[in-house]
Design a protein around this ligand. Sequence first.
Ligand SMILES: [Fe+2]
Length: 433
Amino acid sequence: MGKADTHLHTHYSGYSQLGGAMKFPESVITPEDQVDKMRKLGYDVMAITDHDETAGAFRGEKYARRFDDIELIVGEEVSTADGEIIGLFLNERVPKGLSVEETVDIIRAQDGIVIAPHPFSFHVPGLQEKILELDIDGFETINGGHPDRYSNMFAKKVMDAYPKRWADMAGSDAHSVYTSGTCWTEFEGSTADDFRESILKRTTRAVGKAAPPFGQVQWSAEVVMGGQRLLWQKLKGDLKQTEGDQLAEKILSINRLKAATGLIAGSAYLFPPITCLASTLSLIYLGIGSRRMISKMGERLAGIDKIIRRVDGKEARDVRKGKLQGGDLHSEKVPRPLDGRGLVLRQSPLSRLRQVLLVLAGHWHVEGLGRLVAVLRKSRRNNRRRRVQSGVRRMGGRPEGRRGGGPQGPSLRGAGNRRDPDDSVEGRRCFGR
Ligand SMILES: [Fe+2]
């Protein structure tokens, strides 16, 4: 089996903004660093997928061609208006900021493969339920940058619920060599063409796990130190601009005072209490978010199943109308569960208990309503009986056709149970009907 990591970043990924003010580099490592690390880890295939840029991937591909033990695929993690999406096997950069549908069309026009990274993330821009209706080849069920308990676990549940509908993918999302190689995609064969074939046949398998929180701390420290190095180069006048290097461009655009301030502020971040505090706060945030998302998981899975059924129904209608070929249908390309159910929900003990309580509550309501009706009917019968008895007393006898004791005897009670006393001859006579 071949081993591929198709979600790797370099310093061509530019920079991010924290809270709209603080800017920091996404990565400070070079494409060559990533290639060397992947070769060291024994990978057969790798893809550089910088944010909205392919220059680093082309540079990495040129470097990787020197070696026969690894192949590098040119990729890009494109920021669309709906969330991030990865194009693999690209020939040129895909513009950012378009709708995800337009972006997928551009990737397809280049004969590219479309992968949704971290689709169900609650802390970075994932495509969420949008992936269900998109023309994608696969999505990540393991993303190395998601140590939270929810995002990868939920993606895996969706993948497993619809076998072979999508290719099962893993990507380390490594912005640093410290976090490269924690997870990977296994495929049949060992070349980039084999990898592509495996994705199309939906035979890939995601393996590994997210990078530990300590890896994230290492990454942040690496980014800060790398940023400082660039700021220092800028102050010395040694920093050079290369094509597509947004980070160098940004640092070259700031004045010397800002560069010096950044250098000092960066040093403060490297003190252990601050890095530890930052990682602790981020773990607390992820823990709270995961608990909140896990509590709504059953509901969300049921919603996903509804969308899938609607999509399959629409595709079948399109085939009938000739808009699609039968082979384009997901449901015809891949086997669907034979019992017709798209999804098997595994309930948590808490949601099962909730369901039992709801059923019981419903039962109590129905039973309570039944009892109320019975009481009303009984009181109506008693009223009629009382009116019959008072009529008999006024006439000085007892009703005809009655057997047994007097009006309060068992026969009258029995008669009350068997028929309506108002319908009896006595009753009609007593009340002048
Ligand atoms: Fe990424």
